[in-house]
Design a binder for this molecule. Sequence first.
Ligand code: MN
Length: 257
Amino acid sequence: MEKSRPRILVTNDDGIHAPGIYALYEAMKEIGDPYVVAPDSERSAVGHAITLSDPLRVWEFERNGHFFGWAVNGTPADCVKLGVKAILNFQPDLVVSGINQGPNTALNVIYSGTVSAATEGTIMGIPSIAFSLTSFRRDDFSVATRFAKQLARTVLKHGLPPGTLLNVNIPALPASEIKGIRITRQGRGRYEEYFEKRTDPMNRVYYWLSGTKLFLDTEDDVDEVAISQHYISITPLQFDLTDYKMLEELKNWEIEF
Ligand code: MN
């Protein structure tokens, strides 16, 4: 009997119009049947937010005159939940999120809608991968899509342990300049942040978050170090945030009630 093609839920946080999701969809078409459920506009840096106090609405979205997927007025995590439970009505074999424009490494992972979509897939028991191209400008997704295809195939074959997703960052470089793949851990790099205070045409003050990136790691096995050395970075992530070492220590604190 012919083995059925894997069914793959494709989403992102840059929105259903973004070039990265189109590239990922095209790549997934070569290894299975992709189904796109994605935010109707950019929802970067919304983390794992879900929508509870507003209705979620769904539109059929066309690209180049053909049905492309479902656009949702919600977050990336909403798209995965709604996609599986209400739009597809089946459990896909894989969730892929991206290809994000810009890195999702180090502390960015906490804020990332791209990663959170994959996290949601994992919570729902589906092997899930987040893909990011480490540039906000470069729109050549050819290296990233080639790799996404390879890794998606591998994950479909091996599966992933419950509670674990893969966070993948691909250097925004031509294939010839990429040195290989590195399995990494999440770095500690973050932003030194400040708010720019400005005045609008109505003379009202407003603020805009800005900052300078701080690189705090030097070890080769850290996500953003690997990227800076021109390696594709694959980080296995989990969402159990418990600090097990502190858990043991807290038991000795004799905290009184
Ligand atoms: Mn994004």
